[in-house]
Design a protein. Structure first.
Ligand SMILES: Nc1ncnc2c1ncn2[C@@H]1O[C@H](COP(=O)(O)OP(=O)(O)OP(=O)(O)O)[C@@H](O)[C@H]1O
Ligand SMILES: O=C(O)[C@H](O)[C@@H](O)[C@H](O)[C@H](O)CO
Length: 174
């Protein structure tokens, strides 16, 4: 469900576990909607990247300042009247609450799919710091969108073009 009653510019987080397609879809969708794009991957501290590279998942304390930084950047964009799309795992409801605390109109698009398909996709790409072995922990941490959260859940089985078409239709009216 997407709230289209606000005149505020679009602020949207493309969320999901490692390898779900956040960067791919987020970038294409931002382009389609004429929005700025920020990849949350680029905003981790060197210490957080090193932790993930060592095979250890981030915990709530590691993620909090990162989520605050992403939320601040989104708030800045919205206050300037500019639409923005962000790729960010946003795995837990409390993380999304933190971001909504800064940008109440924030919407979420959850790229949802099967662990085996994602694991297969991960074998086909290299990542700067994130080893495929963290995928189990990503699924253990994931809390899907609640019915009362503004946003939509979409299957990552579909092609990037199909996903972007569907999301542009859902969120393009904002
Ligand atoms: N809908 C899709 N269909 C097929 N392949 C896809 C799709 N979306 C993404 N991919 C491919 O899957 C891999 C992971 O995608 P991407 O890097 O965008 O995911 P991500 O969620 O941003 O990952 P991470 O958070 O780990 O950086 C890439 O190789 C990408 O090309
Ligand atoms: O919340 C997290 O654990 C992190 O954001 C990870 O999800 C990675 O940043 C990202 O997915 C790169 O692979």
């Amino acid at each position: 469900m997407v709230d289209q009653s606000t005149s505020e510019p679009l602020a949207l987080v493309v969320m999901g576990v490692q390898g779900s397609g956040k960067s791919t879809i987020g970038r294409l969708l931002a382009e389609r909607l004429g929005a700025a794009f920020i990849d949350g991957d680029d905003l981790h501290t060197p210490a957080a990247k090193a932790k993930m590279a060592s095979g250890a998942p981030l915990d709530d304390d590691d993620r909090r300042p990162w989520l605050q930084l992403i939320a601040a950047k989104m708030a800045e964009s919205v206050e300037a009247g500019a639409p923005i799309v962000v790729a960010c795992s946003a795995l837990k409801r409390s993380y999304r609450d933190l971001m909504r605390g800064r940008v109440p109109s924030l919407g979420f698009a959850h790229l949802d799919g099967d662990k085996h398909l994602i694991a297969q996709r991960l074998t086909q790409r290299d990542h700067e710091y994130m080893p495929p072995t963290l995928l189990d922990s990503q699924f253990q941490t994931l809390e899907p969108l609640g019915d009362d959260e503004s946003g939509t859940t979409i299957s990552l089985v579909r092609s990037p073009d199909e996903i972007v078409d569907a999301l542009a239709e859902s969120f393009g009216g904002r």
